[in-house]
Design a protein around this ligand. Sequence first.
Ligand code: 13P
Length: 252
Amino acid sequence: MKRIPIIAGNWKMYKNRDEALEFIYQVNDKLPESSNVETVICASAVYLRDLVKRQGDNLRIGAQNMHYLDEGAYTGEVSAEMLKNIGVSYVVLGHSERRAYYNETDETVNLKTKKAIAEGLVPIVCVGEELEVREKGTTNKVVGKQVELAYKDINKEEALNTVVAYEPVWAIGTGKTATKEQANETIIAVRKVLEKLYDLETADKIRILYGGSVKPDNIKDLLSMSDIDGALVGGASLVADSFLKLAEAADK
Ligand code: 13P
């Protein structure tokens, strides 16, 4: 079965509102049809609404985090309902930077994933191993466990509305991409975990992205692999021209 690829930019804490709008105007009319490739920009919460209002037909907007509760006295936090209310479509959850610097745990990733689904947002659930895990040879086990915990108490129908992003921590912002074989092998292991949790048909439908130093010059190789369904891209998504190149590479 054919899975529609996704090219998602994760802007992290880059770009002010003016720069973000300039980018949107540059890419809007040039992006491929969303029936061929879904393109997403995950940006700072401050101007998500501005981006949603200006998103072209083939672009969707995502957040980079959210809280798992409906509302409450949580200074500085943003809820899933707030994101949905302003027209946001996707949300990155469990990014390794949030796991490393903001106490994100497998448990909170699970709570957030459930809340995002309930609110009708598409969660991009991030998993990935540290370098020492890769060197020890336990990557598939560690990443598999992260997936299992992220999908706890999520049923098959709900799981179909999620996306997984496999991002080896050692490949993020380092210029060191996992080889296409390494990326594909771990993504196949992730799909096996999804098959174990649900069934083969469901696992075959869920999009699994690779992230970590994806650039216009390595995207084609990555996308040529059996199980890599697109990319979650940091640095290379900040420049309109390279984001367009990534989207074009995924447009078959
Ligand atoms: P880079 O593409 O800059 O390595 O970042 C990857 C990433 O963390 C996307 O979420």
